[in-house]
Design a binder for this molecule. Structure first.
Ligand SMILES: Nc1ncnc2c1ncn2[C@@H]1O[C@H](COP(=O)(O)OP(=O)(O)OP(=O)(O)O)[C@@H](O)[C@H]1O
Ligand SMILES: [Mg+2]
Length: 291
């Protein structure tokens, strides 16, 4: 049977600060979208292999995002699916794992001066279009050599933050990266939204203030906030599911955080649809930053 052709949306998930939920939100959102029947590919672009480890996939000995970026292997030959007996990925999620080899990307680029750094993911991503509903690019903290090709190849950026000062202030840097990518590399890139996760319940005064700050400072050209209204609570179930190599929906599907991710997945898809319908008022990051 031939596979149906999907309208692939490519999402770069970022924030310059480490440990702010980029990988967790990528995996759990893909998991919640899977329950809605969507098929996702996660490409782990972080040398420390957060997504690869969380999905219990191998970090060496297999083709990885390094081979994808360098063109040494075709996209299809770097993807791990559930057909491999060594891994048990959540349903409807495929993975391009990462490996320590990503540290050699600088050397590779120096040895191949005709290659254009920012374009490294373009051709592989274009070949994957039609095969997935979503391709999530899980980016590393700090601006490394993999963040730039991700922002060049993505249709949308999604930012992740936790309600702490450093995570929130790093958002400004991530926003200016998106502006730079729009200006110099990818004029179609739009910021889809900001996910706030690990929100303490009940909300502390600090968390309330920081969440309010993100809500008011990340807005589109019409003044509408880009913060997703669904916030993800802080809970040990996140680490427990991670340890089990599962999504929260698989690990404890009736947990309130599983429901939050389901609500977020719906909000995410509703927003994508709205952006498509309202091209004219689609957020321009430049306006967000200079608002
Ligand atoms: N809702 C939550 N409740 C509790 N802990 C959480 C929650 N979301 C994420 N965490 C924890 O926060 C830590 C950092 O999360 P994660 O690895 O997703 O961040 P990251 O931004 O991808 O980090 P890095 O920049 O290192 O790649 C992890 O230990 C994760 O389990
Ligand atoms: Mg990560």
């Amino acid at each position: 049977m031939t596979e149906k052709i999907r309208n692939t949306v490519v999402i770069a998930v970022g924030n310059q600060k480490g440990g702010v939920g980029k990988t967790t939100n990528t995996i759990q959102l893909a998991g919640a979208l899977a329950e809605r029947g969507r098929k996702s590919l996660i490409i782990d672009l972080d040398m420390t292999s957060g997504a690869t480890k969380a999905l219990r996939a191998p970090t060496d000995g297999w083709n990885s995002s390094f081979e994808l970026l360098t063109g040494a292997e075709s996209a299809e030959d770097t993807i791990i699916t559930n057909d491999e007996s060594e891994v048990a990925l959540p349903p409807n999620i495929h993975l391009v794992p990462s490996s320590r080899k990503l540290a050699e990307l600088d050397t590779f680029l120096a040895q191949n001066p005709w290659l254009i750094h920012q374009n490294l993911l373009l051709e592989p991503i274009n070949r994957l279009r039609g095969k997935y509903d979503y391709v999530f690019l899980d980016t590393p903290p700090q601006k490394t050599k993999t963040t730039i090709p991700a922002l060049k190849a993505a249709d949308y950026a999604v930012l992740s933050a936790m309600p702490d000062h450093l995570a929130v202030s790093a958002l400004a840097e991530a926003l200016s990266d998106i502006v730079a990518a729009q200006k110099h590399a990818n004029s179609n890139l739009a910021l889809l939204g900001v996910i706030l996760c690990a929100v303490p319940r009940p909300k502390t005064r600090l968390a309330t203030a920081l969440v309010g700050y993100v809500e008011q400072s990340c807005v589109d050209a019409t003044g509408r906030t880009l913060k997703f209204s669904t916030e993800i609570s802080r809970s040990v179930v996140v680490q427990e599911a991670q340890r089990a190599g599962q999504t929260i929906m698989q690990y404890q599907g009736d947990h309130p955080v599983a429901d939050e991710y389901r609500t977020l997945a719906k909000e995410f898809e509703d927003r994508l649809q709205r952006f498509r319908q309202e091209q004219a008022v689609a957020p321009k990051v430049e306006e967000v930053v200079h608002a």
